[in-house]
Design a protein around this ligand. Structure first.
Ligand code: ZN
Length: 319
């Protein structure tokens, strides 16, 4: 794991010293239950769970960490509880009732053992998807609880994945090591300034020739417009969704990463996966069929892309 990690403050290599990871300039990071906590403590955290993880790292007091044992055919209780939050409102009825892990299908070519980074991985559903597609997944998230769950689920499913606690604005990885970076439903929760800082970091950790695939919400999507009307177009705060214009996405990603293009991910919702149809209530299935139909049509009718609620921005680092 140390081969990919770097100090999030200065990108120096890290070495193990007692229970901590230390960089040459003396920055020290706790490792809790084998999980490196690579957050920058002097920065304001973007998520309350980052603050909580730092508290555990600083005090090394593990009493707030519940020990969870999951049987071979059980669903991890953490995933059971957060499924409505990580996968969106159409999954709300599954809270406490999941019978299998909804592992999405990655819209990327097969991995060929390439190194894959998921930014904001939570319990790791896209890392699991990446492993299935033949990538070597690494996940980063500011929540220690989520990363502990990601480790449990990977172990339970026999998947090899590396998970660390970290912040997308200060990615704790070496320069130019990832072939593919992926992020879904994450950067939309950051202020646009923080999202831009994260894109600069994503470019830094990408190899030349590598690419990023990032899902973002479209300000002009029908469902997105409805949500903006509901909050009366006021400035979003905290963890609320920031909506982006397609043109703004293109220019931002092109400037900060490299040549970019936008494709439709879905309509009428921000987070539903066609691979999860069997989990969905009948009344939502029709929505997913329509969304998939429009998405496929958008490949031939480009103006339709601009009406999708959920967009994928694909950006390549060329040099
Ligand atoms: Zn350092």
């Amino acid at each position: 794991m140390l081969d990919v990690l770097a100090c999030p403050r200065d990108r120096q290599p890290l070495r193990q010293e007692a229970d901590d990871l230390v960089c040459d300039l003396g920055h020290r990071y706790a490792v809790i239950e084998g999980i490196p906590i690579l957050l920058v403590s002097d920065a304001e955290q973007t998520h309350i769970e980052g603050t909580r993880a730092l508290l555990v790292a600083q005090t090394k007091d593990l009493s707030s960490l519940r020990q969870i044992d999951v049987g071979p055919n059980e669903i991890d209780p953490f995933v059971m509880n957060v499924i409505g939050a990580t996968n969106g409102s159409l999954y709300q009825h599954l809270v406490g009732k999941l019978t299998e892990y909804p592992i999405p299908r990655l819209r990327l070519p097969s991995g060929g053992n390439k190194l894959f980074l998921e930014v904001g991985c939570n319990w790791g559903r896209w890392c699991l998807a990446a492993a299935t597609a033949g990538y070597r997944p690494v996940g980063v998230d500011p929540s220690l609880k989520a990363i502990r769950a990601a480790n449990r689920v990977a172990r339970q499913l026999g998947v090899e994945a590396t998970y660390v606690v970290g912040d997308s604005r200060f990615l704790p990885f070496r320069d130019e090591i990832f072939d593919q970076v992926f992020s879904y439903s994450v950067l939309q929760h950051l202020s646009k300034a923080n999202a831009r800082d994260s894109l600069v970091q994503i470019r830094r950790v990408l190899q030349a020739g590598g690419s990023a695939l990032i899902q973002m919400p479209n300000v002009f999507g029908m469902r997105c417009l409805y949500h903006q009307i509901r909050r009366r177009f006021r400035e979003p705060r905290d963890f609320e969704v920031r909506y982006w214009r397609p043109k703004e996405l293109l220019s931002t990603f092109t400037n900060l990463i490299g040549p970019s293009e936008i494709t439709a991910d879905g309509y009428f919702s921000l987070n539903v996966q066609p691979s999860d149809l069997r989990f969905l209530l009948t009344r939502y299935k029709m929505l997913v069929y329509t969304s998939e139909g429009l998405r496929k049509l958008s490949q031939y009718v480009p103006p339709l892309v601009k009406a999708a609620d959920s967009l994928y921005v694909s950006a390549s680092r060329i040099g």
